[in-house]
Ligand binder design. Structure first.
Ligand code: C2O
Ligand code: CU
Length: 507
């Protein structure tokens, strides 16, 4: 159960506060679509060191297949100093353990569910056959049983199953997270997300910073009750029925504490060298724009070398970059021009008050490696409009109902049996997307390229695109890979859970 705390925190006074059901209060945040849950306490920034996720090692290797084991289970984790937060985690950890894979080697993850609720694990950004893609109704039921049934048909497993990933794809930061029908938002909020670094020879040839100079960083936001519990405004805190959140939070749920790898606004000691930051925005609904304060003298702080779908063709110097939920950035930061003892803060420009502190780098006196990126990083095939055999149109917009909202795509709420698009294997299509509010459009299995999207960064291969307020964009997609039924959806989980998802099928 969620526990209502007495909210006398410093952020209530003078703000527009709404809600109050279950003792959960919300506050609007400028520039965000979602509503922020006001927690009981916000820990002081930059007092706790950054943690890195544990590495998952294969339990055995057979030919070119690496076998892993993961158990999803409840656990207690000290996130805010001095209090234990009940989480749901892969191997009881939030974020889940890091998996590292190599192109040409298959990965099999044997997954056991010791939670009191069904799960479905999706490898985000993976080119995975449909049966292993974590389709929302392909539920892995609890090992100890589940007496509530499930409304929708799907490939049901009891207690355990394998997920097999061919991973015949470019090097990229992928991530895995829960995708249970109707309940993805609350289940990821409880901790069901982890990172997966996929490698290939093209990347290895670049000799990029590695080891302690490559930092996988999962950025999320959460709110905490007075007893350390995660606060999330579920309509049913037991996550059985009904799905969705309290009406005030229908636009999305934001936390008031930013976490990096599960640690509130941590610090990290760095040497005066080049670091490779692999950042994923794994938040339910929060958008970020990252900047470095202070910046290095005389140049831009970030060299963007990759995005969702791996390395860019050429590096791009940036002052800041935005990440919508589920987007990734691969950036180089050179700390060699900072002085020993200097504090350099990775900040979120879309935050307010404490939600602008992400991660503080403490620059030490020792020198680290230098690196200068080549002008050409990788071969990125450019999809051309002339290859497209058709154009489809999808509009993402809220539909009001008496107690909150539903979120259809093109007027249709998610129906597992309805196919919204059925391209033939190998077809290239243009998708014309538009939105009322901010919706991060995400498509499984097939990466795309952005043709035009005014005001939004567009680099390389993408699997998620931030549609802005009354936004529109055209993307070009080649439906190759595997035949089968996959989803595309809004990656604001509170929208996805309430209808903003659809199927396409490669025939
Ligand atoms: Cu992270 Cu269906 O996606
Ligand atoms: Cu949305």
């Amino acid at each position: 159960m969620l526990v209502g705390a007495a909210f006398a925190g410093p952020f209530v006074a003078g703000c527009s506060v709404t809600g109050g059901d279950q003792g959960i209060l919300g506050r609007k945040v400028p520039g965000q679509t979602g509503l922020m849950v006001l927690g009981a306490s916000v820990p002081e920034s930059f007092t706790v060191p950054l943690a890195l996720p544990s590495m998952l090692r294969p339990v055995r290797t057979v030919g070119s297949t690496d076998h892993y084991e993961l158990t999803v289970r409840p656990a207690l984790q000290e996130i805010v100093s001095g209090v234990e937060t009940p989480i749901w985690g892969y191997n009881g950890e939030f974020p889940g353990p890091l998996i590292e894979s190599q192109r040409g080697r298959r990965v099999v993850v044997h997954t056991r569910n010791e939670l009191p609720a069904p799960v479905s694990t999706h490898l985000h950004g993976g080119r995975t056959p449909a049966a292993d893609d974590g389709y929302p109704t392909d539920l892995l039921l609890p090992a100890r049983g589940w007496e509530h049934g499930h409304e929708h048909s799907g490939a049901i497993s009891h207690g355990e199953r394998d997920y097999t990933y061919p991973l015949d794809q470019r090097a990229a930061l992928l991530w895995y997270h829960d995708h249970r029908m109707d309940f993805t938002g609350p289940q990821v909020w409880r901790g069901l997300a982890g990172m997966h670094l996929h490698r290939d020879d093209e990347e290895a040839a670049l000799g990029l910073p590695t080891g302690e100079y490559e930092l996988p960083l999962m950025v999320t936001d959460r709110s905490f009750g007075r007893d350390g519990r995660f606060l999330y405004p579920s309509r049913d805190p037991e996550l059985v029925s009904p799905p969705g959140v309290l009406p005030d939070f229908a636009n999305g749920v934001l936390g008031d504490v930013l976490l990096v790898n599960g640690v509130p606004a941590p610090f990290h000691p760095v040497s005066r060298g080049v670091y490779r930051l692999r950042i994923v925005n794994a938040s339910n609904a929060r958008h970020y724009r990252f900047e470095l304060v202070p910046g290095p003298p005389g140049r831009e702080p970030f060299l963007l070398i990759g995005s969702d779908g791996g390395l860019l063709a050429a590096p791009v110097e940036l002052r800041s970059f935005a990440l919508a939920p589920s987007e990734r950035a691969d950036v180089l930061v050179d700390f060699s021009s900072f002085s020993p003892g200097e504090n350099v803060v990775l900040r979120n420009r879309y935050g307010d008050e404490h939600c602008s502190d992400v991660l503080l780098f403490r620059v030490g006196s020792e020198w680290g490696p230098s690196y200068s990126a080549p002008a050409v990083l990788s071969h990125v095939e450019r999809l051309d409009e002339s290859q497209a055999v058709r154009t489809r149109t999808f509009h993402f917009a809220r539909r009001n109902q008496h107690d909150g909202a539903l979120w259809p795509i093109g007027g249709h709420l998610f129906d597992p049996d309805h196919i919204a698009a059925a391209p033939a294997l190998g077809d290239t299509e243009i998708w014309q997307l538009s939105s009322d509010l901010r919706h991060p459009f995400h498509i499984h299995h097939v990466p795309f390229q952005v043709l035009d999207n005014p005001g939004v960064d567009k680099y390389g291969w993408k699997d998620t695109l931030a549609l802005g307020l009354r936004g529109s964009a055209r993307v070009i997609i080649r439906f190759d890979g595997y035949r089968g039924k996959y989803t595309f959806h809004c990656h604001t989980y509170e929208h996805e859970d309430m209808g903003m998802m659809a199927n396409y099928a490669i025939t």
